[in-house]
Write a protein that binds this ligand. Structure first.
Ligand code: PLP
Length: 440
């Protein structure tokens, strides 16, 4: 209890923190001052290994000089231009570079500023495409329980997380949720579980109930991320693809977390061998160094919307002031160079088996009730104690205090380190996790 504490607390009051227990944080703040590579540092110089890549963003490690220099140079050359009716070369170049990683055919790219915006943008694209194709009645959406699709009104309606909805009224109508795929038979499975492909039949049930011809799109995360790493059961995504094809429904993969190497492949689409019609992305696209998201779509979708538009008028009435912001494009291009030069995605794929084995070695801690994993992402469930999520939250705070940063969701601890992680970092992460799990 320092003499200056009331003053410090007052200084923390004006900032309304997102997705945080504001009162608790301001009473016992956990601040970071700088970061480098795999580590955060506090103002006092305490080192904290980053086991969740910030928030699944920092694939190439923190404070990459190549990105900082590219953004700095960009802001001195062209800081801003309207993205409507005006262009700058880096936007076109980055779109092209992104299509070198997306599945074949998904080669038209729309820029936004966040994952949430990419989701709502993809919803509008789906509606606009069906209208362009003469099927304006397709206005329903299907998604899944335990999904996270950001926090804008469309994404909240799609998402399947009760706390993100309950304070905000009725939201969007016409969104139906398939069951989640977290089955007890799949506990402690490494990678894609065997059980649960049949849960994709929920989509067919909605087609039969509401008319498949009324459904615009199905949104799924290839692996549910924020909720706690739920890799798709074998055959599940393939079956969704089949039903979508039969019913003329667009399949959208929300790849905001799963994109850019996290699954050990470019995107979840390639990791699981199923190609969607649209995919969202954000986070690692700029290594988290600038806010940016994107939607990649099948060329035919873009062409149909262009062809349905007027000869000299706007074809798609959507976009943000900061779409394709020059500084974000510069960061994205620098990140594309890092992906190529350091073969980060291949690196993640090579590291994945060691990572998965190491995290699953924690299964012998009595407090651990399940571990799920794929690529360089894993979730460790701890047995609840008190209110749901209380123990996970406590664990996350104690881990930070012992020098490890990660995100918790409920009672799940999410491990998703930067893709540049080396064996010694993995050892440090597992040692710190084990020490904490033993104490819980
Ligand atoms: C799958 C998915 N979609 C959308 C979002 C929202 O992204 P943002 O927080 O950048 O708006 C997230 C964020 O974690 C996500 O995991």
């Amino acid at each position: 209890m320092g003499h200056s504490e009331p003053r410090v607390a007052a200084a923390l009051q004006p900032y309304w923190m997102p997705f945080s227990p504001n009162k608790e944080f301001k009473a016992e703040p956990r601040m970071v001052a700088r970061a480098k590579g795999m580590y955060f540092y506090t103002a006092e110089g305490r080192e904290i290994i980053d086991a969740s890549a910030g928030l699944f963003c920092v694939a190439a490690g923190h404070c990459r000089p190549e990105i900082a220099e590219a953004v700095h140079a960009q802001l001195q050359t062209l800081d801003f231009t309207a993205p409507f009716l005006r262009g700058h070369s880096k936007a076109f170049e980055l779109a092209q570079r992104i299509t070198e990683y997306t599945p074949e055919g998904l080669n038209r790219v729309f820029f936004v500023n966040s994952g949430s915006e990419s989701v709502d943008t993809a919803m509008k694209m789906a509606l606009a495409w069906h209208r362009a194709k003469g099927q304006p009645q397709r206005q329903l959406f299907v998604s899944r329980e335990r999904a996270y699709h950001g926090v804008n009104m469309g994404g909240v309606a799609l998402a399947g997380m009760v706390n993100n909805r309950r304070a905000f009224g009725v939201g969007l109508a016409g969104v139906y949720h398939m069951r989640h795929t977290a089955l007890p038979q799949n506990r402690f499975v490494k990678g894609q579980p065997e059980h649960g492909a049949d849960l994709a039949e929920d989509l067919l049930r909605f087609c039969n109930l509401y008319g498949g011809e009324n459904i615009a799109a199905v949104f799924v995360e290839p692996t549910a991320g924020s909720f706690g790493c739920l890799p798709p059961p074998k055959g599940y995504l393939n079956r969704l693809r089949e039903i979508c094809d039969q019913q003329g429904i667009l399949l959208v993969f929300d790849e905001v977390i799963t994109g850019w190497g996290r699954m050990g492949a470019n995107f979840g689409a390639q990791a699981f061998g199923v190609t969607p019609d649209l995919m969202t992305m954000a986070k690692a696209l700029t290594n988290g160094a600038q806010p940016m998201g994107a939607v990649a779509v099948r060329q035919g979708i873009y062409d149909d919307i262009m062809n349905a538009g007027p000869a000299n008028g706007v074809e798609f009435f959507h976009g943000y002031t900061y779409s394709a912001h020059p500084a974000s494009c510069a960061a994205g291009l620098a990140m594309m160079d890092i992906f190529a030069k350091e073969r980060l995605i291949e690196r993640a794929a090579a590291m994945s088996p060691r990572f998965i084995d190491a995290i699953h070695s924690l299964a012998d801690c009595p407090v651990v009730t399940d571990i799920r994993s794929v690529g360089l992402m894993a979730a460790i469930d701890v047995a609840p104690q008190g209110a749901p999520g209380a123990r996970g939250h406590e664990a996350q705070k104690r881990l930070f205090d012992s020098g490890l940063n990660l995100k918790s969701t409920g009672d799940a601890l999410l491990v998703a380190p930067p893709l540049v992680m080396e064996d010694r970092h993995l050892d440090e992460i597992v040692t710190k996790l084990r020490a904490l799990l033993r104490q819980l």
